[in-house]
Design a protein around this ligand. Structure first.
Ligand code: CTP
Ligand code: MG
Length: 843
């Protein structure tokens, strides 16, 4: 056992300080660890019983101590247990806890001479027991000390003299798996399996310079091998030589694969079954000579289970790794990383059953892995399997990170026969959309909000809507959320007023919001592709360069209008330089398209115009008749006054809807008012604030002012004079009586998608007093009606808005990551499903 002037302590460990009373454990802990890192049994005795020497409280004290220790380890915090721990039983509990959290158990033993301890004990007033207790504890420790490693402690440090204790340095060292400091860029390479020629070809394609067996990466780049370098292919020795050189020179990292590990065991003299090409690998190594074989053995012994890279944003493991195991260290972490989620059961072909951990993955880091050959790599929840079965005649694939670009070379030959065809494992996209599965009541998991429950009936309704009336679903990658009105105004004369919007976001802890003019048009999503080629590649469509659809997924325009608008929109994007600025060849815009009458002509004719015409005709006749009666001296003055008011209300109502009606002759008169630049290649822009969105979109209006308009807006710092100014702006925007009357404004957190609070409204609308006549009827401002309207219930609308917002973004993230179509459409349909339950349409 080492005696140590320096202890290299893993940064994440459960440390047991072991030693008899007065050995100096608490003193040592105070010198080397944060107070919050140290959990002492005395302290917990006192916590539960007010007496730190109470033996009777031992059980409760340890239960609480281990509870807290568990919580700390769960959160990835180094933890030190300061208790005597001289008995194996006490230590077993520590080892078990460390294993349960996949952290390393470490023992630091203070085994000082008995005389030293007894002298210290004699000085202490806080230990009212006899020195004989110390003797017993020391005997127990010394009897069992040699077994500590066997008990499961991965490091055992023993300090035997006061000097050693005094001098020892503790250095916290990163775990082997922790390469967070390496920021990339990386070229992550799938299972090579002895395909030496293909590997060289792939490296060259990636821009690596190869000279003999020496490989130089493009400046700044590092290769990362996902393991399984050997077996099946023709030249495992050649692959090993190349990769070992790369790792040796720092050109590459490599994690352990199950085939590599098995080769390691064979080289170490263990009896392993030489299946799956291992025999050939061993022969090649024999031929390569004993020295090389020894180097290979050492190399494989040193392979780490997985790496956490790029500040924690990237994980590479041979068979993948769920979030709870990332950056942790234990037998089961290694087993998962090498073999996947297996429990020993076999399927009908005798292959181990691997549970599909990726489908459940909700972690923040991207996980790149191999192990299970697939015909084509596909993103599933930020995970991607890049083993494209080169040895089986598929291809050898690399993922460029952070570019997220796949580069591959085809196999030169089929070197081995797979137990099952690759395409059969390439399930999701090939399977198409599983209707029967989708209409089951259940949750859709979103990374920003968690699970969102959708009932079977709602799901079926969504499929009906999109299936019957929708655009080609490949364009329909997103549907926008509904928007709740602001809380009903406290002011007598208003139903909606900005004051409540500001108060709402203030109370939610926000400091800044943006107020955007609310265009009175119809909501539209615009997918714009730079070329037909880009549309084919990214959206899988056979023709067209984009699509404009409504918030329920229907075509916004008839085909010839759409074509015209799309081509001008695309030209504006080109002129504005957005393709280059965003490094993309497609865009998704969220916009309002004017005039309102474009989509709402029927509604206006059948509902608003009819009410206006009939109402004004009837009321003006009534007014005339009453005036007549009044002049003849009949008692109708009150009724006349009220009828006149009603007539005025109707005139105001007619003016309100007329403000938004404009007959247009052709698509050249269409106006697009974009307000969100939702996504482009590789990015969902929900991490950008609204000023970024509006700023980029303003460039479109500058490029083509005929087609695009700017969205007027202002930023409000809550709790300042900004609020009053924005309120005045709103009043001005929405003032009645003329063709410029605005609908109102939308208030949003300045940050597009704040992480907290979870239920925060992504936006609230504050509609104008006059505009609301269209919604609530001509006379809604009369006190008796306003009074009744105040009771409107917003809860359901708000809950829906939040869920739809997060579902929409989830679907977009999945699309951007290249997830299978059904995983994107699950979210799109989810938004529609939430829309299918009736809520008061006036909200
Ligand atoms: N002490 C000392 N010199 C040291 C270490 C400790 O004189 N290098 C003294 C402390 O001041 C204390 C006593 O020895 O009075 C016991 O040390 P402590 O760290 O409290 O020992 P523990 O191992 O924590 O003892 P217990 O198990 O009783 O808590
Ligand atoms: Mg102590």
């Amino acid at each position: 056992m080492p005696t140590a002037p320096q202890i290299n302590l893993p940064e994440l460990a459960l440390v047991a300080l072991v030693g008899a009373s007065s050995a100096g454990k608490s003193t040592f802990a105070a010198q080397h660890f944060l107070p919050s890192e140290v959990l002492s049994s005395d302290f917990f005795r006192a916590l539960v019983s007010d007496d730190e020497n109470s033996l009777e409280a031992t059980q409760d004290a340890f239960d609480s101590l281990f509870f807290v220790a568990g919580k700390r380890l769960e959160r990835g915090k180094l933890t030190v247990i300061d208790a005597t721990s001289v008995k194996p039983d006490a230590r077993r509990r520590i080892v078990d806890l460390a294993r349960a959290h996949d952290v390393l158990p470490v023992a630091i033993v203070l085994d000082l001479p008995r005389s030293v301890l007894e002298a210290r004990h004699a000085e202490r007033l806080d230990r009212p027991f006899s020195a004989a207790v110390i003797g017993k504890q020391m005997a127990e420790l010394r009897r069992t000390l040699r077994g500590l490693q066997k008990e499961g402690f991965r490091q055992v440090w023993v300090l035997r003299t006061p000097e050693e204790v005094q001098d020892v340095q503790i250095r916290r060292v990163p775990l082997y798996t922790n390469k967070k400091d390496m920021r990339g860029p990386f070229d992550i390479i799938g299972d090579v399996h002895g395909c030496h020629a293909e590997l060289r070809e792939l490296l060259q394609k990636l821009g690596y310079h190869i000279n003999g067996d020496q490989v130089t990466p493009p400046v700044g780049r590092t290769a990362v091998f996902v393991g399984d370098l050997v077996d099946r292919g023709p030249d495992s020795a050649g692959v090993l030589r190349l990769v070992m050189n790369m790792v040796g020179s720092g050109a590459a990292l490599c994690v352990a694969g199950n085939h590599d590990e098995k080769l390691g065991r064979a080289l170490g003299g263990k009896a392993v079954k030489a299946l799956h090409g291992l025999e050939a690998t061993l022969q090649q190594l024999d031929a390569a000579g004993a020295d090389f074989k020894a180097e290979v053995r050492e190399f494989i012994d040193g392979l780490i289970s997985h790496y956490v890279l790029d500040g924690g944003q990237l994980v590479v493991a041979h068979a993948g790794l769920p979030e709870r195991y990332q950056g942790r260290s234990s037998g089961r972490v290694r087993s998962f990383a090498l073999y996947g989620d297996v429990d020993g059961s076999k399927d009908e072909l005798g292959l181990p059953v691997r549970r599909d951990w990726a489908a459940e993955y909700r972690g923040a880091a991207h996980v790149v892995y191999g192990h299970t050959p697939v015909a084509t790599p596909r993103w599933v929840n930020k995970t991607i399997d890049i083993d494209t079965g080169c040895a089986f005649g598929g291809s050898l694939t690399a993922l460029r990170y952070p570019e997220m670009e796949l580069v591959s070379v085809p196999a030169h030959a089929q070197y081995a026969v797979p137990a099952r065809p690759l395409s059969a494992e390439d399930a999701p996209a090939e399977r198409g959309f599983d209707l029967a599965q989708f209409v089951q009541t259940g949750r859709i998991n979103t990374r920003s909000y968690g699970g969102i429950l959708l009932k079977g009936g709602e799901r079926a309704a969504a499929i009906e809507t999109l299936g019957r009336h929708g655009v080609d679903p490949r364009w329909c990658i997103y549907l926008p959320p509904t928007m709740s009105p602001v809380e009903t105004s406290a002011q007598a004369d208003f139903l909606e007023h900005p004051a409540e919007a500001f108060a709402y976001y203030r109370n939610q802890g926000l400091t800044q919001v943006v107020c955007e003019e609310k265009h009175m048009g119809s909501r539209a999503l615009l997918v714009l592709c730079r070329t037909e080629e880009a549309a084919r590649r990214r959206f899988g469509v056979s023709e067209g360069t984009g699509c404009i659809y409504t918030r329920t997924g229907r075509a916004f325009f008839q085909p010839d209008w759409e074509k015209d608008v799309l081509s001008r929109a695309r030209a504006a994007v080109t002129a504005a330089g957005l393709w280059e600025e965003l490094q993309t060849d497609w865009l998704l815009l969220d916009a309002e398209i004017l005039p309102w009458s474009l989509k709402a002509a029927e509604l206006i004719k059948a509902q608003y115009a009819a009410v206006g015409a009939a109402g004004i005709a009837a009321l003006s006749a009534a007014v005339q008749t009453l005036e007549h009666a009044n002049s003849r001296g009949l008692e109708v003055a009150d009724l006349l006054a009220r009828t006149r008011e009603r007539e005025q209300d109707l005139v105001a109502y007619r003016e309100a809807y007329r403000a938004y009606v404009r007959r247009i002759e052709g698509p050249s008169e269409v106006k697009i008012m974009p307000f969100h630049l939702l996504a482009s290649e590789g990015a969902v822009h929900s991490n950008q604030d609204h000023l970024w969105h509006l700023g980029l979109l303003a460039k479109l209006a500058e490029a083509d002012p005929q087609l695009f308009g700017k969205t007027a807006h202002r930023v409000v710092t809550l709790g300042t004079a900004d609020e009053a100014e924005a309120t005045a702006w709103w009043a001005e925007l929405t003032a009645g009586g003329g063709p410029t009357m605005g609908e109102g404004m939308v208030v949003k957190p300045l940050v597009f998608a704040p992480e907290q609070p979870r239920n925060l409204q992504p936006a609230v609308k504050v509609r104008g007093r006059e505009y609301l006549r269209i919604i609530y009827g001509p006379e809604y401002t009369r006190p008796e009606y306003l009074q009744r309207l105040r009771a409107r219930a917003l809860g359901a609308k708000r809950a829906r808005a939040v869920r739809e917002f997060h579902l929409g973004l989830e679907g977009l993230s999945r699309f951007v990551e290249g997830a299978a179509w059904e995983r994107v459409h699950e979210c799109v349909l989810g938004v529609l499903a939430l829309e299918s339950e009736p809520i008061d349409a006036r909200l």
